[in-house]
Design a protein around this ligand. Structure first.
Ligand SMILES: NC(=O)c1ccc[n+]([C@@H]2O[C@H](COP(=O)([O-])OP(=O)(O)OC[C@H]3O[C@@H](n4cnc5c(N)ncnc54)[C@H](OP(=O)(O)O)[C@@H]3O)[C@@H](O)[C@H]2O)c1
Length: 313
């Protein structure tokens, strides 16, 4: 558990590294982030970005990792959430998309029951809940970017469990902000960018799918954008993702160019790279709402350069 009080402000032995996270500036339209914040899933890719952001902005918070709170247990959730918290940020999830196909019960426990327990407890206590959804809730056959109100049609188990979690929150009556993100990458954690860096630096040839189009998103930028939405007091669903859409192949080529890699990257179709769970062919999120509220998040060129520069071995 990490506890940071506003009096101690930024603390810890890796403050310098942590404060590569953005300061989210206040403007006239912005309010303060409700404090204290309870951050859940702080050991994950996005959770760690949120942790850095809270520390860098001197926001009083308590962070709980998986070992400290299992969101799939109602009694644990009810015990951990009490009314001194003003905001709960849920970064927990079962994110093993292919593993979910053979672990349906576990995926639903974390991605559907967990948000339901959190939302019902938040409703009881009158606490605001920030939660994360995914582009995978959409079928993926659209011909224009998906807007927040478009009907969901999840295909795989992970996607279905996430869509059910979103619905549970909406049905609970709690104050909530559901942020739909896509293609997360960070200097830490398990993500496409880090895998690709490793492969591009160790292989002569890699095959990458070129028929799934989406937006890729820096976890640091996603956390900062989320905090901007919180400061504006936004509720409901908001899409938040990196500018520009691309296929995984195109993203791999961009990473390769940044690294100056000589590795050959071969574009392949999804059916040439079999995986357990279906993926949407097109899951580009429409960003008009986020752009109008917080001006969107920084360009993918800036995001990728910054994340590559900070990446951990
Ligand atoms: N990654 C993406 O590309 C992507 C795209 C769209 C949306 N999202 C959504 O964005 C959010 C954050 O994703 P992420 O990539 O940061 O995920 P992540 O790196 O897999 O982190 C998820 C965290 O949740 C924890 N967790 C799992 N089961 C738990 C439980 N029962 N109780 C408490 N904690 C539990 C995990 O702990 P352990 O590791 O110890 O299990 C991990 O620390 C999720 O809602 C995800 O669905 C992600």
């Amino acid at each position: 558990m990490t506890v940071v009080s506003p009096i101690s402000g930024i603390s810890g032995d890796n403050t310098q590294q942590r404060c590569s996270a953005k300061k989210v500036e206040a403007s006239l339209a912005f309010t303060e982030v409700p404090q204290p914040v309870l951050l859940l899933g702080s050991g994950g890719m996005l959770g760690r970005a949120w942790e850095e952001l809270l520390v860098c902005n001197g926001i009083e918070h308590v962070s709980l990792g998986h070992g400290e709170l299992d969101v799939a247990r109602r009694d644990a959730v009810d015990g951990a959430l009490h009314k001194s918290y003003r905001l709960v940020v849920n970064c927990t999830a079962w994110t093993d998309v292919d593993g979910a196909e053979t672990n349906e019960t576990s995926a639903f426990a974390v991605n559907a029951d967990g948000p339901q327990f959190l939302a019902q407890r938040c409703r009881q206590l009158g606490v605001m809940l920030v939660h994360y959804s995914t582009d995978y809730v959409f079928r993926g056959d659209a011909t224009r970017p998906y807007q927040e109100q478009d009907p969901v049609d999840p295909q795989g188990v992970y996607a279905k469990s996430k869509a059910e979690g979103d619905q549970c929150i909406q049905d609970s009556g709690c104050r909530h902000l559901i942020i739909r993100i896509s293609g997360l990458y960070a200097p830490w954690g398990k993500n496409f960018m880090r895998t690709m860096v490793r492969l591009l630096q160790s292989k002569n040839h890699v095959r990458v799918v070129n028929d799934q189009r989406l937006r890729v998103t820096s976890a640091t930028e996603a956390a900062a954008g989320s905090m901007g939405l919180v400061k504006l007091g936004i509720e409901g669903i908001v899409n938040l993702a990196g500018e520009g859409d691309r296929t995984w192949y195109e993203f791999a080529c961009q990473i390769g160019r940044h690294l100056g890699s000589k590795c050959e990257i071969e574009p392949v179709r999804t059916d040439q790279y079999p995986v357990a769970a279906p993926r949407p062919a097109y899951s580009v999120l429409d960003l008009a709402k986020a752009r109008s509220l917080i001006g969107g998040i920084s360009s993918w060129q800036e995001q990728l350069a910054s994340v590559l520069a900070q990446r951990e071995e």
